[in-house]
Ligand binder design. Structure first.
Ligand code: HEM
Ligand code: HEM
Length: 128
């Protein structure tokens, strides 16, 4: 499976997860997890979907080590972020403890964005 389709699959898993949490919040009347919901949908669904589109349109089947690592870095950071936010806004773990997961997760997600810039900039353009 190409990296574009892998990203697309991840993004669709996140849309289901994020919407489930949204439906749960709406049904229960408890909107306490809206930050978690927002980030599963935006960092998970939307950003993964955009990375899928970048792969499809501009990286043209690139499967270099950096490209494969970039996918793993984004997904690991995103999952750490969602898990941490869920525990935080569910009141399951105090902020000072969950910071140990949330702080690195943001740097990891950010690093994946920087790696994507490198992939796009270094891609040689074919004849126009
Ligand atoms: C089944 C679909 C969805 C349901 C039932 C749902 C439900 C909700 C609920 C109940 C809230 C909390 C509102 C509040 O108390 O402020 C919320 C917030 C939010 N939702 Fe959804 N949502 C859905 C889909 C989406 C999608 C597809 C996205 C983005 C791609 C999205 C993005 C957001 C954002 C960014 C917020 C935070 C808004 C804010 O509080 O500033 N939602 N949603
Ligand atoms: C490293 C990545 C990110 C970090 C560290 C981060 C951090 C934060 C923080 C601290 C808040 C405020 C939470 C609060 O009100 O208590 C927030 C809110 C929000 N972020 Fe992010 N964010 C990140 C990525 C993104 C991305 C990529 C998007 C959109 C594509 C996004 C969209 C939003 C939105 C819409 C809100 C408002 C949600 C609400 O009020 O319910 N964030 N973010």
């Amino acid at each position: 499976m190409g990296l574009d389709r892998k990203y697309l699959t991840w993004s669709l898993v996140y849309v289901v997860l994020g919407m489930s949490l949204g439906i749960f919040m709406a049904a229960s009347g408890n909107h306490g997890q809206h930050i978690t919901h927002a980030h599963i949908l935006l960092v998970g669904f939307v950003v993964s979907f955009i990375y899928a589109v970048i792969h499809k349109l501009w990286l043209e089947g690139e499967a270099s080590k950096l490209a494969r690592a970039q996918l793993i870095v984004h997904q690991v950071g995103a999952l750490m972020m969602f898990f941490g936010l869920f525990l935080l806004y569910g009141g399951l773990v105090p902020p000072e403890q969950i910071e140990m997961v949330l702080a690195p997760s943001t740097i990891i997600v950010f690093s994946a964005a920087l790696m994507m810039i490198i992939l796009v900039v270094r891609k040689k353009q074919g004849p126009v």
